[in-house]
Design a protein around this ligand. Structure first.
Ligand code: NAD
Length: 447
């Protein structure tokens, strides 16, 4: 299978088509319920293609089949959610004023550029496209070259649903074309999910013309295990989220904070769960850990493991080996204990199957360690006393926190504080990220 690599001319044509469809086409002028009708038909077409999309997640970037099959329906649930929201959302409301009343309208922000990373392209572009369509935007989606098919399949479903031409344009392209898209004066809004470095570049590029920007960036999320934690239950709920898809997921709970007096017991129990995870071919239904994306990423992850050892962390399981595989970019699932906040493995996003266990002496110190990070994307708190766990969760400077588990839901905003990003995708907040507010003052009697 092959896909075209878009060049500057293709990007220009896609942007012009989206601009024309926004300025002169019907889409931004339809009512919320009318757009919802199209979105529902699109979702139906998408559901028929979910097995193919799951298969493609594995084929393109090596996501384990069990992981891909479980998470692919989340993409379709995004379209369901935004269809229902568009149907019921109050795009206009009236307010009394001194001279009469004002209509406060939420209008589409314009032409959106939607840029996604390779690791979870389908759920991420689904969330971006569904919200932008619900809001009445037109758009150019830039697929990552490593994972180009997902957005093309959504575009096929949009055409099947009768969404007018020019509304949803997809280009499969790399960095240069992405940069051209971001810099185009016809783009009013950029929604970017990816690395901090690219996010910073995009923010700067958008500044001159004050284009609207949503950034979903990296993470170094902490799971705090409180001293009353039910360990077997906590490990069962937590471990799959510490190195999902070989740790190549932004909200992976890569720092596990444990009471010092239970450190050795938890480290041992944790490592024994990790040691039982099947490493292997991502197409095998029993595989929990597959390869990482490519040789460069494998070397990067190995570099962090070497730094962890050099900085004095205790290697509990794993290491720099290739997990027994001659071929493929495998890294053995690796757990470090006795990690401190100053070590690179506790500070930097590794994007590989590497987890750090950090001991703490008090709950206050646990909160301090969790917040001692440039990132603020996700986190979790595990403990028997739900109220206490909730209080600890409220003290974390991150966009999302799970109690006794990790969860993402279509109706709840997702995004980060600090260097993990700006703005939110998902939920009502995710729709509003694609809307501008306009007030029209009407003289006469208040309604
Ligand atoms: P990346 O920043 O290298 O690339 C992301 C996308 O941006 C790709 O489509 C790429 O082609 C494009 N791109 C690169 N340079 C560009 C430029 N100058 N202008 C426009 N587009 C450009 O990131 P990646 O390696 O693909 O993804 C991994 C990163 O994504 C990790 O840091 C991870 O934490 C983050 N991520 C965040 C979330 C979230 O929701 N917060 C979700 C998944 C991944």
């Amino acid at each position: 299978m092959s896909v075209p690599l878009a060049d500057a001319v293709d990007i220009g044509r896609a942007v012009s088509a989206a601009r024309r469809a926004f300025d002169h086409g019907p889409w931004p002028r339809l009512s919320g319920p009318e757009r919802a009708g199209y979105l529902k038909r699109l979702t139906q077409a998408l559901r028929e293609r979910l097995p193919l999309l799951a298969q493609l997640w594995t084929d393109q970037v090596g996501a384990p089949a069990s992981f891909a099959q479980k998470l692919t329906p989340f993409g379709a649930s995004r379209f369901d959610f935004f269809a229902t929201l568009a149907e019921h959302y109050a795009f206009d409301d009236w307010r009394p004023t001194q001279r009469g009343r004002a209509c406060v309208r939420r209008v589409p922000v314009g032409v959106a550029a939607l840029i996604a990373p390779w690791n979870a392209t389908f759920p991420i572009v689904s969330q971006q496209i569904a919200a932008a369509l619900a809001a009445g935007c037109t758009m150019v989606v830039k697929s990552p070259p490593e994972c180009p098919f997902d957005a093309l399949i959504i575009a096929e479903c949009a055409a099947a649903a009768g969404i007018p031409p020019g509304v949803l344009n997809v280009v499969t392209a790399g960095r240069e074309a992405g940069a051209q898209l971001v810099q185009s004066r016809d783009i009013d809004k950029i929604s970017f999910t990816g690395s901090v470095a690219t996010g910073q570049w995009i923010q700067r590029a958008a500044t001159d013309r004050l284009a609207r920007v949503t950034l979903e960036l990296g993470g170094k999320s902490a799971a705090i295990l409180l001293d009353d934690v039910d360990l077997p239950a906590a490990l069962a709920a937590l471990v799959p989220f510490t190195m999902p898809f070989s740790g190549q997921i932004c909200f992976a709970q890569t720092r596990v904070l444990v009471p010092r007096h239970r450190h050795d017991e938890i480290a041992e129990a944790y490592a024994s769960v990790v040691a039982r995870m099947k490493v292997g071919d991502p197409h095998d239904a029993n595989t929990a850990i597959g390869p990482v994306l490519n040789a460069r990423q494998r070397e990067r992850v190995r570099g962090y493991i070497e730094r962890g050892i050099a900085e004095g962390a205790a290697l509990v399981t794993g290491g720099t080996g290739n997990a027994g595989f001659e071929r493929g970019f495998y890294v053995a699932p690796t757990v470090f204990s006795r990690v401190t906040s100053t070590m690179a493995i506790a500070r930097e996003e590794i994007f590989g199957p590497v987890v750090s266990i950090l001991p703490y002496d008090s709950v206050d110190q646990a909160v301090e360690i969790a917040n001692d990070s440039d990132y603020g994307l996700s986190g979790s708190v595990f403990g028997a006393d739900g109220e206490r766990a909730f209080d600890v969760a409220c003290r974390l400077r991150t966009g999302n926190v799970g109690i006794n588990g990790v969860e993402i839901a279509p109706n709840v905003p997702f995004g980060g504080m600090k260097r993990s990003g700006i703005g939110r995708e998902g939920g009502r907040e995710g729709l509003e990220a694609y809307l501008e507010t306009q007030a029209i003052f009407v003289p006469g009697a208040a309604a």
